[in-house]
Design a protein around this ligand. Structure first.
Ligand code: ATP
Length: 455
């Protein structure tokens, strides 16, 4: 492996994201819109890959999970029942440094208890975005943009239970946009007012909740490890009693060591029966479960692993970023797990020579049915390798004049820069095997050669 030469900082990530088409400031030609970001051609692939990896792990590969895609705008009573209408309407002050918020009255004029940072002015603040449904803008037509996807799951508990024929314990998983009118935003896509969540509500028999809580904390922590995030950059932090929401029995945050410090990637909470009881009370409907084995009816307890797509994307970009010394020059490389890499394979004809192009295009067309690809024939092969390294493409396939003779091509691996030559007919099979390798992030597939081929 080449030597690492520099630590990542947020400016480098923001600049790479802009330069290479991962993430752009929103509404840029109009001067931008605070805390809003647009995912460009590569960013949208990265995000899709994160969501697909999550869905595969928590829905596709399990028997005890059902999916859902609930509406963003829901009946306003849902937010009364959940406590969001009342709970976020207090005057709040927020520490500009650690972003902890307090009710202004709780502080009694004292400054921020832990870090001593400067506080914002108190503000009557509801985090929910409000709008009006239909043509009349009056109180009766107020609806909210959901501040979390979770409530859409709770209010569909009965629908999913009845149609999926699941038995407890089982969960409902949902990915979707959420909106919070955050007092302070920042750190790129870490805290924005529009973001995407990946949430599970896992329903269990009361009494088994602590066991399932531990299970999900472990399961979710391991998911980030499997995606290649370095263990030393991940930690679990248990909430203290004073930090727990009033309904939560227990809560862990999975935290990542971002350039600005340790911060939450995902929260896993034991919410007891709070949500189902609240919705049963406010809707007048029964939201409970008949346990055939035990012969009794009860309200399930809920374990909630709640993750952010954008924060995962940021952590994965930061964790994958390296500047290395390779053959006397700096190469910037994103060591993405192949499952996450926006582009899996790049086809690089050695030159634009008219003899090479038909074969290169043929290989490209053949492979793109299987992989997200790029075809690049501009500039030297070395420059093109660097371009692919910088966006995290695991494999480059080079077609040279020899290929015309022997129908063989060179595959070059991103991390080791090692190369092998193989027949074109073996390309799909070989690349599929290499790309699906779970050990990819930790084990180089080939031993690095000292020089790039054909440079
Ligand atoms: P924070 O304390 O950082 O505001 P939170 O504890 O309010 O987060 P949760 O309500 O637990 O967050 O939401 C679950 C997940 O949703 C978070 O772990 C995070 O990944 C994501 N998330 C929440 N708020 C935002 C936001 N404003 N921008 C981006 N992602 C967010």
């Amino acid at each position: 492996m080449p030597d690492k030469i520099s630590k990542v900082d947020m400016e480098k990530i923001v600049s790479l994201c802009k330069r290479r088409g991962f993430i752009f400031p929103s509404s840029e030609i109009y001067g931008g819109l605070g805390s809003c970001w647009d995912y460009g051609p590569l960013g949208v692939e990265l995000k899709r890959n994160i969501k697909d990896a999550w869905w595969r792990a928590v829905v596709q590969e399990r028997d005890d999970m059902a999916g859902l895609d609930a509406s963003i705008m829901m009946h306003p009573q849902i937010w009364v029942a959940s406590g969001h209408v009342e709970g976020f309407s207090d005057p709040l002050v927020e520490c500009k440094v650690c972003h902890l918020r307090w009710r202004a009255t709780d502080l009694n004029g004292s400054s921020c208890p832990d870090c001593g940072g400067e506080l914002t002015e108190p503000k009557l603040f509801n985090l929910m975005f409000k709008t009006f449904m239909g043509p009349v803008e009056d109180e009766a037509s107020v609806v909210y943009l959901r501040p979390e996807t979770a409530q859409g799951i709770f209010v569909n508990f009965d629908n999913v239970l009845a149609t999926s024929r699941k038995k407890l314990p089982f969960g409902i998983a949902q990915i979707g946009k959420s909106f919070r009118n955050e007092i302070t935003t920042g750190n790129f896509i870490f805290r924005t007012r529009e973001f995407e969540q990946m949430e599970i509500e896992y329903f269990v028999r009361p009494g088994s909740d602590e066991k399932w809580f531990d299970y999900w904390v472990q399961e979710r922590f391991n998911w980030y490890l499997k995606l290649g995030i370095k263990q030393e950059n991940l930690r679990l932090r248990r909430h203290g009693k004073e930090e727990l929401a009033h309904y939560a029995k227990d809560c862990y945050d999975i935290e990542y060591l971002f350039p600005m410090g340790w911060a939450e990637l995902e929260g896993i909470a034991n919410r007891g029966d709070y949500d189902l009881v609240q919705h049963a009370k406010h809707s007048g409907k029964t939201l409970s479960y008949f346990d055939e084995e035990a012969g009794e009816r009860y309200t399930p307890y809920v374990i909630e692993p709640s993750a952010g797509v954008d924060r995962s994307a940021l952590a994965l970009l930061i964790d994958a970023y390296d500047e290395e010394l390779a053959e006397g020059e700096t190469r910037v490389v994103l060591h993405f797990h192949p499952e996450l890499a926006p582009i899996k394979v790049a086809i690089l004809p050695l030159s634009r020579n008219e003899k090479l192009v038909p074969l290169a295009r043929e290989v490209y067309t053949k492979l793109r049915r299987y992989f997200m690809m790029q075809y690049d024939d501009a500039q030297s092969i070395g420059r093109r390798y660097r371009r692919q390294d910088e966006i995290g493409t695991p494999f480059c396939v080079t077609i040279d004049f020899q290929s015309l003779e022997d129908n063989q091509v060179t595959i070059r691996e991103r991390d080791s820069m090692g190369q092998i030559r193989l027949p074109i007919e073996e390309l799909v099979k070989t690349l599929q095997a290499k790309l699906s390798g779970e050990s990819f992030a930790t084990q180089p597939l080939w031993t690095a050669k000292t020089a790039e081929a054909s440079e």
